[in-house]
Design a protein around this ligand. Structure first.
Ligand SMILES: [Zn+2]
Length: 525
């Protein structure tokens, strides 16, 4: 790669390879292709797509990527390893698969710690070095740009720096473009990373680009990555939302804005940073793994302010309470509203939602909030229901549909177990529709029946689906019966929202939340 602008840092995303090591997540080839498109929208330099040869899914991914993916900004990378100990490069299946993947760049993992060469590989240090040299030479000879992931580099360097540097030199001499220093166990701390990266940087100068690949086992993956960049690394590896095995990989959703907004490095092409929140949520959605609400920059609470003394002060000087302008990363300021909310908070919330509310409307919202929260509602957790409540206070009513009646039947038979069936009668304009559906439970049955009733009128509903359903039994003091609170999370792939229903009857509580969820989805179609 030669020299690069010192203020530029490459972003290497490994969500599709290392990120998918996380427990409980599996992605289809289709999902992986969609995620790669999102990463290209964001504009990362490299997308590590997987390990061709490790499993049929990754082979299919690279096959389809070659014909179906139209990447405009990013370069797709195939991942593999160096040749086997005492083997030959020409008949090494891993290296063959890497070349066959057909990507212009490849990344190979190489053992750069004495302990791992002698103990894990059971071979000599000379052979360990030759494995790296031969493999890089072979791949460069096949016209590939070669990045070398130096596995266990920091632990290895601490124990035997001489061998760890020798391993890197073997790669550079044979033409590797990047040396990626990996904190594979994730146990390093920022001061150690800083010192070691600086030493390696001094050793190699501008002959090669150094990369940093951190895991979050000490909670320092972001800090370690930043320390490495400040010490001379020109590439940061990580995953969106910090996905990865154990405690996760370095979180690019945090690192990228840190580097661009705080330190002035250019990581993404101009004009792409404001895609960060949308892409992080879209990828999370494709992997069915919601973004942590408290995630820096991209979390739904990242710029949320709770009502209180600060509220009117925030209105006057937002930047006194927000470390960056949320719009720079595509997020937004949000005001969290509860029964404690005063006029200032409601007025701010109205402004956030673009509602024009006069004094009486604000007062009526405050009264409604107090009454409903006393009944068991909790609007802090249900922003979509709050928005609908505030809109109604301005005289608004939705006219998407009108429910005439709703019926749910549950029966049990020895042959087929429990069965649930729901019938809804709704009006869409002048059109009366009666629909019946079965479901694996009452909420599912009602949801399916309502959707089939609205089918045809609102195509956007195809993209809206429920992502979580939480039930809590409230045993409030003074109440005569247990009250059920239902929170329903939904998404249309771009926006996530939560609605709430409260009743002594769980079906009624669920229905309230569901109806509002659909209305909100249609309102923001
Ligand atoms: Zn890793």
């Amino acid at each position: 790669m030669g020299t690069m602008d010192q203020r530029a840092v490459e972003v290497f995303d490994t969500t599709l390879r290392d990120g998918l090591q996380v427990e409980g997540v599996s992605a289809t080839v289709e999902d992986k292709l969609r995620i790669a498109e999102q990463l290209d929208v964001l504009g990362v330099h490299y997308i590590e797509g997987g390990w061709p040869g490790a499993n049929p899914k990754d082979i299919e991914f690279f096959d389809r990527a070659a014909t179906e993916l139209r990447l405009e900004t990013s370069t797709l990378v195939a991942f593999g390893s160096t040749r086997r100990p005492r083997g030959k490069v020409d008949d090494d299946p891993t290296l063959r698969n890497l070349v066959d993947a057909g990507t212009s760049a490849v990344c190979i993992v190489a053992k750069s710690s004495e302990y791992h060469v002698t103990q894990a590989l059971q071979t000599t240090l000379d052979e360990g070095e030759a494995m790296i040299a031969d493999s890089v030479e072979f791949l460069v000879g096949n016209g590939r740009r070669v990045l070398v992931d130096a596995e266990h580099f920091f632990d290895g360097y601490k124990a035997n720096p001489e061998f760890s540097l020798r391993a890197l030199e073997a790669a550079v001499v044979k033409g590797a473009s990047h040396l990626v220093l990996c904190d594979t166990n994730g146990g390093s701390l920022p001061h150690e990373v800083s010192e070691i990266v600086a030493a390696v940087h001094t050793h190699f100068g501008s002959d090669v680009t150094l990369g940093i690949h951190c895991h979050d086992d000490t909670g320092c993956a972001v800090a370690n990555s930043m320390a490495a960049v400040l010490a001379g690394a020109g590439q940061v590896q990580g995953t969106l939302n910090g996905l990865g095995e154990r405690t996760g990989n370095a979180n690019l959703s945090t690192i990228i804005p840190n580097l661009q907004l705080k330190l002035g490095y250019q990581c993404l092409p101009v004009g792409r940073l404001d895609q960060l929140t949308a892409v992080s949520h879209h990828v999370a959605e494709l992997l069915n793994r919601a973004v942590n609400p408290q995630a820096p920059y991209v979390g739904s609470s990242a710029f949320a302010h709770k009502a209180g003394l600060h509220t009117s002060a925030i209105a006057r000087a937002k930047n006194a309470y927000e470390h960056v302008d949320p719009e720079l990363v595509g997020n937004g300021t949000r005001f969290v509203v509860s029964e404690m909310a005063g006029r200032a908070t409601i007025t701010m919330k109205a402004a956030e939602l673009g509602l024009d509310m006069d004094g009486p409307a604000v007062n009526s919202v405050i009264d409604d909030l107090k009454r409903l929260e006393h009944e068991g509602y909790h609007f802090e957790a249900a922003d979509a229901s709050l928005e609908l409540l505030m809109r109604r206070a301005t005289g608004w009513e939705h006219d998407f549909f009108r429910v005439e009646s709703l019926r749910v039947l549950i029966d049990e038979s020895p042959s087929s177990g429990f069965n649930t069936e729901a019938t809804v009668k709704v009006w869409v304009g002048e059109d009366r529709r009666v629909c019946t559906a079965e479901g694996n439970g009452p909420v599912n049955a009602i949801d399916t029946a309502l959707r089939s009733a609205l089918n045809g009128s609102y195509p956007h509903l195809d993209r809206v689906h429920l992502t979580d359903y939480k039930v809590r039994i409230l045993d409030g003091a003074g109440s005569t019966g247990a009250v059920t609170r239902v929170l329903l999370d939904a998404t249309d792939g771009e926006r996530d929202w939560t609605t709430i229903g409260v009743s002594t009857n769980i079906i009624e509580a669920s229905w309230r939340a569901l109806e509002e969820s659909i209305v909100y989805g249609l309102l923001h179609a």
